[in-house]
Design a protein around this ligand. Structure first.
Ligand SMILES: [Zn+2]
Length: 269
């Protein structure tokens, strides 16, 4: 299995990423990676999109139609497919990921640390407060990466979403949160790539100026997709129409595992 990192910057809009992720954008300019513009699925809500991005299925198919619809998915997803193929998985993420892909309901005391588990997520460190700092989240992920060397590792940060809800997209606070995630990634990415990891950086949905997401306009739907892998042709493909359904099958191809039932074949590779 080819080791792969997935970074989800919660609520990072396409235009905000372009303005603020300077180091990552420079790697695309130098053709060290590929960049696409994703048109997110609907509704552009967090729990629904976590499910969509990791199953490759639209909401009407996987059934997580709203943030309040809370059950553990039984359909194929990246964690279960990776485990079935004999791989080790890990996640440093919001507790909803544990509920969706491993077990629920989330209990902070019981479920914050799930290490050496037999479930779909072999090693997990989870948080529940939306203001959990991004530098702590990435430190959690780095602990999992260095300690367990998983095949598939998810880093899922929340500060951008938090500032977007409080102050609206386009606010100083929202832009700064994107910037700060970019600084953290600029510190980690060279090491990841040097050690041979493939890296995918994206978001679950966007955010509008009123601090809302869930709806259909481009502010709430347009998100970036950066891919760093020898298997992917480098360059800017921002005008190509891709949807959020492509992320799961893309990751299966990068990992070198069979994609799940119903995943639509993507054309990035
Ligand atoms: Zn949100």
């Amino acid at each position: 299995m080819d080791k792969t990192i997935l970074v989800i910057l919660d609520a990072c809009r396409f235009d905000a990423a372009k303005r603020n992720l300077g180091y990552i954008e420079s790697l695309i300019d130098y053709k060290k990676g590929a960049k696409y513009r994703l048109w997110g699925e609907l509704p552009s809500l967090s729990r629904t999109m976590y499910a969509t991005m990791l199953t490759g299925l639209p909401a009407w198919q996987h059934g997580i139609t709203d943030n309040e619809v809370n059950f553990t998915l039984t359909c194929d997803h990246l964690f279960s497919l990776c485990r079935r193929a004999g791989g080790v998985t890990a996640a440093a993420s919001y507790g909803w990921m544990s509920e969706l892909f491993d077990h629920g309901p989330f209990d902070l005391v019981r479920d914050r640390y799930q290490l050496e588990s037999e479930g779909n997520i072999s090693h997990g460190i989870f948080y529940v407060h939306d203001d959990y700092p991004d530098n702590h989240l990435f430190a959690d992920g780095e602990y999992l990466r260095k300690t367990y060397q998983p095949d598939f590792l998810l880093y899922h940060s929340m500060a951008i979403d938090r500032q977007g809800h409080l102050h609206g997209a386009g606010s100083v606070q929202y832009e700064k949160a994107v910037c700060e995630a970019g600084y953290i990634l600029a510190g980690l990415l060279p090491q990841w790539l040097k050690e041979g990891w493939q890296v995918v950086i994206t978001a679950d949905h966007g955010m509008n100026e009123m601090g809302i997401h869930g709806g259909t306009d481009s502010a709430q739907r347009e998100i970036p997709l950066y891919i760093f892998s020898d298997k992917v042709r480098p360059g800017r493909f921002e005008e190509q129409e891709m949807t959020g359904l492509c992320v799961a099958p893309l990751l299966c191809r990068l990992l070198g595992i069979t994609s799940g039932e119903g995943m639509i074949h993507e054309q990035i590779l």
